[in-house]
Design a protein around this ligand. Structure first.
Ligand SMILES: [Zn+2]
Length: 264
């Protein structure tokens, strides 16, 4: 029972963080400061307190501004709910001790949750921004790299392994960048590759890299089949990398064991 209540509390915290992530995405795009009251993006009228409740207000207003009736993006409740679910999943993972890295001891589980919640928040910002605007924000990928490295070191992960992972996965993209003169991948992909290593270490980082290509291929094929999209149209790869890193947290080790058992 306690687990359910606490999961709800943590999920509500996630929803609040998701609400802030929406602010970060839009204001970063529009070059606005992060502080200051929320305004309707069409009529620029400040939003009243009662209309600022995450998820609930969107549905109470039927997705329209109270004053000018302009459509409010679905992104708002989607991101809020997604972050709520992500925080809930991360919390359950810690409590039930699912896929806890070997270097994390029993009394470091709270710090592990903080690491994953913070990095997941950065990943969601990168995911939404790349999805909407096809651009990976260094402003968020670079701090995420440093925070991941720092918190992993505090948790007792092997720093040489993290650095090697970041270097090798980053180099994988840097090589493609150099060969194609920036046509196949962008500089943002290189930094996301480094983040994979710094966050997950070499092995799980490699799993995340593999997963991002699998997801990219599957979604790419589905888009071509169902939307008659041209095969060469741009698919924002940062979104897949962000998603893959999150998936690798939960399933990376199992996938790796399965793979190694398959060939070993
Ligand atoms: Zn308005």
């Amino acid at each position: 029972m306690n687990l359910i209540i606490w999961t709800i509390v943590v999920s509500l915290l996630g929803i609040a963080v998701g609400s802030f992530i929406n602010v970060v995405v839009f204001r970063t795009k529009e070059n606005q400061p992060l502080t200051g009251r929320s305004k309707c993006r069409t009529c620029l009228e400040p939003v009243q307190g009662i209309d600022l409740v995450p998820v609930v207000s969107f549905f109470a207003l039927k997705g329209r501004c109270r004053r000018c009736s302009s459509v409010i993006e679905w992104q708002y409740p989607m991101v809020e709910l997604a972050m709520g679910i992500i925080f809930g999943l991360l919390f359950i993972r810690i409590v039930l001790e699912i896929a806890i890295p070997g270097f994390v001891s029993q009394d470091e589980l709270v710090l592990l949750f903080i690491r994953d919640a913070v990095i997941a928040s950065f990943l969601l910002i990168i995911f939404v921004y790349d999805f909407k605007y096809s651009y990976i924000l260094d402003k968020f990928s670079v701090p995420a790299m440093l925070i991941a490295l720092l918190l992993n070191a505090a948790l007792g992960a092997s720093v040489p392994d993290l650095l090697l992972g970041g270097f090798l996965i980053g180099s994988f993209f840097a090589f493609q960048f150099l060969v194609s003169r920036g046509k196949w991948v962008g500089g943002g992909d290189i930094r996301m590759g480094m983040l994979m290593g710094f966050f997950l270490g070499l092995k799980l980082g490699a799993v995340a890299l593999f997963l991002s290509y699998v997801m990219g291929a599957v979604i790419g094929i589905l888009l071509i089949v169902f939307k008659h999209r041209k095969p060469d149209s741009h698919v924002p790869f940062g979104t897949f990398m962000a998603l893959a890193m999150f998936a690798a947290l939960f399933f990376g080790q199992d996938l790796l064991n399965w793979y190694l058992g398959f060939f070993g």
